[in-house]
Write a protein that binds this ligand. Structure first.
Ligand SMILES: [Zn+2]
Length: 264
């Protein structure tokens, strides 16, 4: 197996921090060329730490990192973009933290995903520039697609038939919109309006800038928010269940064969 160099440079967005010991913190970063990883910054909570400001969550920074025996160690950090407009505004800050959390929960350690990195930067740039908060809906739609959960919004997700321009059922377990004749087997869902469906289709292809320019009134904004929240909840539950499965398998003795009964 190829070894990583003893020290390496990368750039990324700090997703979150957790404190350990007296003055250290572990930071989860989503980087341009390595995806998500954790590394520790020693003494970073001391007032004189020169790295502190460059490792704030939601900051885009350049890092120099030393490979550690268990956890890598930040040796230098330098801010590229501080996103003050995001961090100094409660609503924008909450929106950005939500996006960072989604990236954290839906990605795997050290798996490069440049598209996700670019998307996260686009979202932070848009929020920082004062774009309307519905830009997060584009972020959600695209993030899901990049990670293999593309929402079917053109035709019926089950049979592929064309959908009339009327309210449709969005069924997360089916992977998108389902036509009236497939509804019985599609699982739980939420009815969404033709207006909302158009926005979901637009979110799939539009640039962040064009999407930000879309007029989304409060009712439509709420409808889209709830619809995508359903989908994300379903995807996260599936991921969490898969994660539990892995943990249970890890705890089993090597000779034990796994049957479906063991993991229920
Ligand atoms: Zn159908």
């Amino acid at each position: 197996m190829a070894e990583r160099p003893r020290t390496y440079k990368t750039e990324g967005v700090v997703l979150r921090r957790r404190n350990i010991g007296e003055a250290d913190s572990i930071f989860t970063v989503f980087s341009e060329d390595q995806g998500k990883f954790d590394a520790v910054a020693k003494g970073v909570r001391k007032a004189r730490s020169h790295m502190r400001g460059h490792l704030e969550p939601l900051t885009r920074s350049r890092f120099l990192i030393a490979q550690g025996s268990s956890l890598d160690v930040f040796t230098q950090a330098e801010t590229i973009t501080a996103y003050r407009g995001v961090r100094e505004d409660l609503d924008r800050g909450a929106e950005a933290i939500y996006c960072a959390e989604l990236v954290d929960r839906l990605t795997v350690e050290r798996q490069e995903h440049r598209d996700v990195y670019e998307l996260l930067l686009d979202e932070l740039d848009a929020l920082d520039a004062g774009c309307p908060l519905h830009v997060t809906r584009l972020f959600e739609v695209r993030l899901l697609a990049m990670l293999g959960f593309e929402l079917q919004v053109d035709g019926c997700a089950t049979c592929g038939s064309r959908l009339a321009e009327e309210d449709q059922l969005l069924a997360p377990a089916a992977g998108g919109l389902v036509c009236p004749s497939c509804r019985a087997g599609a699982g739980a869902g939420r009815r969404i309006s033709p207006r909302a469906i158009k926005v979901l289709r637009f979110a799939r292809d539009a640039s962040m800038e064009r999407f930000a320019g879309l007029r989304v009134d409060a009712g439509l904004g709420r409808e889209l928010h709830l619809a995508l929240a359903d989908v994300i909840r379903a995807v996260l539950e599936r991921e969490v269940n898969a994660g539990r499965f892995v943990e249970q398998v890890a705890r089993l003795p090597a000779s034990h064969s796994v049957t479906s009964r063991d993991v229920q």
